[in-house]
Design a protein around this ligand. Structure first.
Ligand code: ME8
Length: 662
């Protein structure tokens, strides 16, 4: 079994259940998943945890709004988070929900220890509280907004249990000094050290104004303050009070966004010191993915969702982009344009092209069997040397969580292989013995390079490297290769290549972006289930064999009446940069002027549309197309096999603008 293997425990934050995962949450989880895979390939027994942070006033409110109990609400949300991570192949070993009984016990245990050791007392607290971030805002006055989210704070006075954080200023500073690796990256470390040097105030860790929380035993109505509860989940995941049995505590690595570093590097070690329990070894705070230079939030309408990207380009493409685009630790901008550009250049033209080209050449020249090398030239040796030294570099970069650099190195090796093929031109060689020998040397060298790239790239590109692995005729999975034993020269000749398969089909940038955005719109503004779909679902539930669908389901007049269509007049029309198919229109619908995007740019000249009367669906939820808000829809017929749009209109009558279509 796994006895004797060194252990490695890493965590993602446990995410709030009042929203669904966006690209920011996906980022941290992708990083954790990549480290998990990498550490396994280096011989570690790894536990990675994630989970959901389910208590607090936000959940109380959201459940009330949804008209269900908190328990039901969080169960639903936790199931959605878990399902999405599964769908995206981000497989944590443990998933902690803060409503789990095992977690409730751990929190109560940790509190008892802190209290027994004299670090907890009862007091009155009055302060400004941000209900959105579940945190008191230090030094805020009534009327102030929350510095994090900008929303108004509320004044709260209540009896709380306090944690004597002030007693930990010196122990924490000593700890940071003795463990310079504890806070990463360096800049964050400096920030935290000066924050702690500035003095620490005691911290309220219970609430009586909130109902939805873990009860403080024997002290009801006190429930735990959200951070005392949430941080403890890291211990829950690996055994709670009995953590010693599993042997994974203290955690090797807490991965967090920079927004929550203080909680992890000040409060958390202090709680553990107070309870006289081991303190984690490292907290790594990465930067934010920004959209249009601001942090994503649903209220700003600028969230990027992971599922549509994974559906369109594959999850590996998203993983690659997130890790390659931004230096780990710094902020970065997310853009669909950059994503698809990288996909086409690095994955389709880079790795994908090298793999299919190499396989096709081996197929053609050696019947699909990896050739045997009989003689080497200096350029073969040079490439071998480059790859061998890249192995060391990549491992070192993974070890330091320098993902972008690890990938840069791997891709520079891919680039060298392309150059090597171009200069050696194995396709131009003939059938003489000498030419055959040269072809064998060149193609073995390229295949060996590809094998090493596949193994090195596996932690980041788990699904597609499995495919390349099979294509190279290798058995098992690259995940089973021990990175420490990876060397140039291990590719055995004579192996039969696997079947060719599309790895990263090239995509048309504009089309791909439009499709991703359409899927994202659908996910953010789901259409209510159509009666037909509901009926079909019922039939299946009833156990009847799925009957072939006959004519489309008829809808009642009341369903039709839900669609509000009006006569509108186009006031302005212009093309949208980067979106060949879309026109941005402003349309007068009688009561207001609306901005509407229409997919008609390839068939209508914008200038000729001005003044034209069109049929408009006016009660469609607003959505963004290629980043441009569209508030309504212009009706067109789809004509011919290409679905050429022909605008519906009113040529014969002088209809009034705003008239309703019935
Ligand atoms: O803070 N860019 O949960 P949360 C990069 N429950 N990462 C981002 C991001 C962005 N734009 N947005 C979110 C909580 N993240 C608490 C944590 S832990 C004991 C309790 C990631 O749902 C990043 O890791 O607000 C950030 O720290 C985390 O999601 C916040 O998730």
């Amino acid at each position: 079994m796994s006895q004797g293997k060194p252990k490695f425990y890493l965590t993602t934050p446990i995410y709030y259940t009042n929203g669904l995962p966006h690209i920011g949450h996906t980022y941290t989880t992708v990083v954790a998943d990549t480290i998990r895979r990498y550490k396994r390939m280096r011989g570690y027994e790894v536990v990675m945890t994630t989970g959901t942070d389910e208590h607090g006033v936000n959940v109380e409110r959201a459940a009330k709004k949804a008209g269900i109990s908190e328990t039901e609400f969080v169960a639903k949300m936790a199931a959605e988070w878990r399902a999405l991570w599964d769908e995206l192949g981000l497989a944590a070993d443990e998933f902690v929900r803060t409503t789990d009984l095992r977690h409730v016990r751990t929190v109560q245990w940790l509190f008892r220890l802190c209290r027994e050791n004299g670090y907890v007392y009862k007091g009155q607290y009055t302060g400004q509280y941000c209900i959105y971030d579940n945190a008191f805002v230090n030094d805020a006055k009534p009327g102030d907004n929350c510095p994090d989210c900008g929303r108004p704070t509320e004044t709260i006075t209540e009896e709380n249990y306090f944690f004597k954080l002030s007693a930990f200023q010196k122990p924490l500073l000593d700890f940071y000094k003795k463990n310079p690796e504890f806070i990463q990256p360096e800049t964050r470390r400096n920030e935290i050290v000066s924050f702690v040097e500035g003095g620490l105030k005691d911290l309220s860790i219970t609430r009586t104004t909130i109902r939805w929380g873990i009860p403080v035993p024997g002290e009801e109505p006190h429930v735990f303050y959200v951070w005392f509860d949430a941080l403890t989940s890291y211990l829950t995941a690996v055994g709670g009070p009995e953590f010693e049995k599993r042997g994974f505590w203290p955690a090797d690595l807490h991965l967090v966004g920079k927004d929550i570093i203080r909680f992890h590097t000040v409060y958390w070690p202090a709680f553990l010191m107070a309870a006289m329990q081991p303190v984690p070894k490292q907290v790594w705070a990465h930067g934010w993915f920004l959209m249009d230079a601001t942090k994503m939030s649903k209220s700003k309408g600028n969230v990027v969702l992971p599922r549509p990207i994974a559906n369109m380009l594959g999850m590996d493409a998203l993983r690659y982009f997130l890790l390659r685009e931004v230096v780990f630790g710094q902020d970065g901008n997310f853009s669909y344009d950059a994503l698809v550009t990288r996909y086409n250049s690095d994955l389709a033209n880079g790795l994908g092209n090298l793999a299919s080209r190499t396989a096709a050449l081996i197929e053609k020249n050696f019947g699909g069997k990896i050739p045997k090398v009989t003689e080497r030239k200096s350029q073969d040796e040079a490439l071998a040397k480059e790859v061998q030294s890249a192995i060391g570099e990549v491992l070192e970069n993974y070890e330091n969580l320098s993902f972008a650099r690890a990938l840069e190195t791997i891709w520079s090796v891919i680039g060298s292989a392309d150059k090597y093929l171009t200069s050696e031109q194995p396709w131009a060689l003939g059938n003489s013995e000498q030419d055959q020998a040269r072809k064998a040397a060149v193609l073995w060298t390229t295949a060996e390079l590809l094998r090493i790239v596949t193994v090195l790239g596996h932690p980041v590109l788990p699904a597609s490297t499995e495919k390349v692995w099979a294509l190279l005729g290798q058995t098992g999975s690259p995940a089973a290769v021990e990175l420490d034993g990876l060397r140039w020269g291990q590719l055995a000749p004579g192996k039969q290549l696997g079947k060719a398969q599309a790895l990263f089909p090239r995509v048309d940038k504009n089309e791909a972006i439009e499709r991703i955005e359409a899927m994202a719109n659908e996910e953010l503004n789901p259409a209510p289930a159509a009666p037909a779909a509901k009926l079909a679902a019922n039939a299946t539930l009833g156990g009847a064999a799925a009957a072939p669908q006959a004519a489309p389901e008829k809808i009642g007049i009341e369903d039709f009446a839900k669609v509000e269509m009006r006569v509108g007049q186009i006031k302005t029309a212009e093309r949208i940069v980067g979106a060949d198919k879309l026109l941005k229109l402003t349309v007068d619908i009688g009561t207001e002027i609306r901005q509407i995007c229409a997919g008609i740019a390839q068939y209508y000249e914008p200038e000729k549309l001005i003044g034209r009367k069109v049929a408009v669906v006016v009660n469609l939820a607003p959505r963004k197309l290629r980043g441009v808000e569209s508030n309504g829809m212009v009706i067109a017929a789809a004509v011919g096999p290409d679905g050429r749009p022909v605008l519906a209109g009113f040529p014969d009558e002088d209809v009034e603008i705003g008239a309703r279509l019935k």
